[in-house]
Ligand binder design. Structure first.
Ligand SMILES: NC(=O)c1ccc[n+]([C@@H]2O[C@H](COP(=O)([O-])OP(=O)(O)OC[C@H]3O[C@@H](n4cnc5c(N)ncnc54)[C@H](OP(=O)(O)O)[C@@H]3O)[C@@H](O)[C@H]2O)c1
Length: 336
C-alpha cells in the first residue's frame, strides 16, 4: 500500500494551538456501506497516512472503529497522540446529563480515554427513526431554542473540564444561531462542521467561522455522490460535473472528486471525504501534497457556486413547519 509522508500533509491550527491535518476521513456509510467496510477503510486509511477521522455516534460504527484503533495502537502502527479523532452527540441525547452519557458511550466504543474534538451534531433535539422517509415528522420536534442548545453546550464544556474531550465544536449552524449562542459560551467552539463543496460554498458562513477562530470542517466535500435517497432532489447539482471542476480535472489528469478536495484545502477548510475504496482514499489524501490548483482554477470554481444544499435536514422539521429552509433561518419559497 502507498504511504503518504506526514511531513507533506499541511496542517491547520485550532484556537488552543492544537494542530490537525488539513484533510480527514469521513465515516458515514450513507446507508450503503456497513460498519465492517467502514472500519476496514479506517484501518487502511490510517496505515496510508490519515491522522484525522470524523466519527459520530449516529453512524453506528464507533465500536468497530474502536476495535481497529486499538489494534493499530497495540501493533505500533500509529500512536494515540498522532491521531485526531472527532465524535458527535446525536439529536436525541441533548437532555440533562445525556450529552455526557453519550460521550462516555462513544469513548467506550472508540476505546479511547479522550475524544479530540466533540461536536453537537445538529442544533436541535429533533430525532427521526434511522432510514425514515424524508417527509415523516416527529411530533416532539421543535424549532431551534437558544436555551435548549446551551443546555447541550454546557455539557460539552463540562466534558472539556472533565478531560474527556480536548476541544468542542458545532455543526449545521447558521450565522444567526451562532450570533445568539457564541456570546453565551464559556468555552468557544474550536471548529464548525458545515456542508461545503463547489456547488455549495456558503461563503458568508465560511468567513464567519474563520473570523471567529473556528476551523471550518467541510462535510460532503465531493457532493456526497453516494448519499441516501432521502437526501436527493431533482434540482441537486453534481459537483464533479461542474464545468470548472471538470476542466481542472482534465488539466491535472485526476478525477474531479480530487479537484473538489484540492479546492477545499486551498480555501483553508478541512474536508472529510468518505471512501471505503483504497485507491480513492489514498488519492484523496495524496492530492493535498502535490500539484495545487492555480489561482485561475480556484477563481473559476468560486464562480461556479450554485447555492445547492444537499443535506437539507427535512426529517428534523417540527409539525407545522413550512419547509426545510426554516432549519437554516431562510425564507420558505411560496411555491413549496
Ligand atoms: N456534520 C454533519 O451533519 C455531516 C453530514 C454529512 C456528512 N458528514 C461527514 O462528512 C463525511 C463526508 O460526507 P459524505 O460521505 O456524505 O460525502 P463525500 O465525502 O462528498 O462523498 C463520498 C463519496 O464520494 C465518492 N468518492 C470519494 N473519493 C473519491 C475519489 N477519489 N474518486 C471518485 N469518487 C470518490 C465515493 O463514492 P462511491 O462510494 O460511490 O465510490 C464516496 O462514497 C461523512 O462521511 C461524515 O463523516 C457530516
Amino acid at each position: 500500500m502507498e504511504k503518504i509522508e506526514q511531513n507533506l500533509i499541511p496542517t491547520r491550527t485550532l484556537a488552543d494551538g492544537t494542530r490537525i491535518p488539513c484533510l480527514g476521513l469521513g465515516t458515514f456509510g450513507s446507508d450503503k456501506y456497513n460498519a465492517a467496510q467502514i472500519s476496514a477503510a479506517v484501518e487502511g486509511a490510517i496505515r496510508a497516512g490519515y491522522r484525522l477521522i470524523d466519527c459520530a455516534s449516529v453512524y453506528q460504527n464507533e465500536a468497530q472503529i474502536g476495535e481497529v484503533l486499538s489494534k493499530l495502537f497495540a501493533e505500533g502502527a500509529v500512536k494515540r497522540e498522532e491521531l485526531f479523532v472527532t465524535s458527535k452527540v446525536w439529536n436525541d441525547r441533548h437532555g440533562d446529563g445525556e450529552v455526557i452519557a453519550s460521550c462516555r458511550q462513544s469513548l467506550a466504543d472508540l476505546q479511547l480515554d479522550q475524544i479530540d474534538l466533540y461536536f453537537v451534531h445538529w442544533p436541535f433535539p429533533n430525532y427521526h427513526a434511522p432510514g425514515c422517509d424524508g417527509d415523516s415528522r416527529n411530533p416532539d420536534s421543535k424549532p431551534f431554542s437558544v436555551e435548549e442548545f446551551m443546555g447541550a453546550w454546557r455539557q460539552c464544556e463540562e466534558l472539556v473540564d472533565m478531560g474527556l474531550v480536548r476541544c468542542i465544536g458545532m455543526s449545521n449552524m447558521t450565522i444567526k444561531k451562532l450570533e445568539e449562542v457564541l456570546p453565551l459560551c464559556r468555552i468557544k467552539p474550536a471548529a464548525l462542521e458545515l456542508e461545503l463543496h463547489p456547488s455549495f460554498q456558503q461563503p458568508e458562513l465560511f468567513a464567519y467561522a474563520v473570523a471567529h477562530d473556528m476551523v471550518p470542517v467541510g462535510f460532503c466535500p465531493i457532493g456526497s455522490p453516494s448519499r441516501p435517497e432521502r437526501d436527493r432532489t431533482a434540482e441537486d447539482v453534481v459537483d464533479t460535473e461542474l464545468p470548472s471542476v471538470a476542466a481542472a480535472a482534465k488539466a491535472h489528469g485526476v478525477h474531479p472528486a480530487v479537484i473538489c478536495l484540492k479546492w477545499a484545502v486551498q480555501k483553508g477548510a478541512v474536508p472529510i471525504p468518505f471512501s471505503v475504496k483504497e485507491p480513492q482514499y489514498i488519492a484523496n489524501l495524496k492530492c493535498v501534497t502535490e500539484d495545487p490548483l492555480t489561482d485561475e482554477e480556484m477563481a473559476a470554481i468560486a464562480a461556479d457556486d450554485k447555492n445547492c444544499r444537499l443535506v437539507k435536514g427535512q426529517v428534523f422539521l417540527w409539525p407545522g413547519a413550512k419547509g426545510w429552509q426554516e432549519l437554516w433561518d431562510e425564507e420558505v419559497p411560496e411555491t413549496l
